[in-house]
Design a protein around this ligand. Structure first.
Ligand code: NDP
Length: 346
């Protein structure tokens, strides 16, 4: 028998998630039977879309069940295997985070390729957030070399990747984020051309006009609300607005805000398109190949904010909505793991 701590959803949050919406329990797992193997989770991903799954009702992913462990991207190590395709010591990627151990028959589990990249990058830069940035910017946003790009939520996992991809394509990048410390990282390490700290800004539209005096070709939106309005005021003719996320609305309890200035979609002949990264699943290998090349050439920088211990996973989730992460928000479940990237422990 193995004891595994797991995080359950105790109640559906009303407004921002609170510690009391989660519970931690210990479950006993039996030894693997024939055709099964045991995974010890090392890293788990904490993502804004999980907030949507805490609501009852249909969305593009099924809701979490009350009293059941939460789920989400995780990297783990095979500890004990009675499965022909998974040997002990193998690092794997799967979608059953929020628990220390997982007994698996292999469904939904993939082996991490031996690329030399730190395993946690498969939850960030080289994982779902990286793919979101890649397809959102190049496919949905139809980025052209030299475009002016405005990125909201720019210091997060998706946003910081978008900024770097746009810089690789010789674009001028204007980034928005929520603190001076994040602004410094975006300027010094990520290489953006201008930053707006939206928390310290009375008029986002005017600040964007000053940072992008000739207008914006592509707006990559992770936030919605005032950021979308500011972009609508500053887009160039035939600009593209990529609706990736609207995190400013995820914890709302009342009616969503009215978005003004939509008339600019006509006046400036804009294209505005929302997308879900799963649409591009079949093309992930193509994007991974390119991203891996850029990573090995040193063109892609990555940073993570790491909460240590499964007990702190709810705190990490709550922290996403308070801007506590710079780069990817992760929970480290196993302190012996090899940390290969720049991390900030909390
Ligand atoms: P991030 O790493 O960007 O983390 C969330 C960040 O959002 C926080 O650090 C905070 O940064 C910012 N934020 C939180 N609340 C607010 C608010 N009320 N107003 C403005 N900013 C806020 O998360 P991800 O990179 O994982 O995700 C970014 C966006 O992309 C999310 O909206 C997510 O839902 C979306 N997404 C969409 C996908 C798709 O397929 N369409 C796939 C993956 C993600 P700060 O301090 O700067 O405010």
């Amino acid at each position: 028998m193995i004891e595994s701590k797991e995080i359950l959803l105790k109640s559906r949050p009303k407004g921002p998630p609170r510690p009391e919406d989660f519970a931690i329990v210990t479950r006993e797992l039996s030894e693997p039977a024939d055709g099964e193997f045991l995974i010890r989770n090392i890293w788990m991903s904490v993502d804004p879309y999980m907030r949507g799954r805490m609501r009852a009702g249909k969305s593009y992913v099924a809701p979490f069940e009350l009293g059941e462990p939460l789920q989400g991207g995780a990297v783990g190590e095979v500890m004990h295997s009675r499965h022909p395709d998974f040997e002990e010591g193998q690092l794997v990627l799967h979608d059953k985070g929020w628990r220390e151990f997982l007994l698996s028959d292999g469904a939904g589990v993939t082996r991490l390729p031996p690329t030399g990249a730190p395993s946690e990058l498969y939850l960030g830069l080289l994982g779902m957030p990286g793919m979101t940035a890649y397809f959102g910017l190049f496919d949905v946003g139809a980025l052209q070399d030299g475009d002016t790009v405005f990125v909201s939520g720019a210091a997060g996992a998706v946003g910081s990747t978008v900024c770097q991809l746009a810089k690789i394509k010789s674009c001028r990048v204007v980034a928005s984020c929520g603190s001076d410390e994040k602004a410094k990282w975006l300027t010094q390490d990520i290489g953006v051309d201008a930053v707006i700290n939206y928390r310290d800004c009375e008029d986002l539209g005017a600040a964007l006009a000053a940072a992008a005096p000739d207008g914006v070709d592509v707006f990559f939106d992770n936030v919605g609300g005032e950021h979308l309005e500011a972009a609508l005021l500053n887009m160039r003719q035939f600009g593209r607005i990529v609706e990736c996320g609207m995190i400013s609305e995820y914890n709302l309890t009342g009616e969503p805000p009215v978005i003004r200035y939509l008339i600019n979609t006509i006046i400036k002949q804009l294209k505005i398109e929302g997308f879900i990264v799963g649409r591009y699943q079949a093309r992930w290998p193509e994007a991974m190949k390119v991203m891996m090349e850029w990573y090995h050439q040193g063109l892609l920088n990555s940073r993570s904010t790491v909460y240590e211990g499964i007990e702190r996973a709810p705190e990490a989730m709550i922290g996403l909505f308070e801007g506590h992460n710079t780069g990817k928000m992760l929970v480290n479940l196993c302190s012996q793991s090899n940390l290969g990237i720049e991390v900030e422990f909390i």
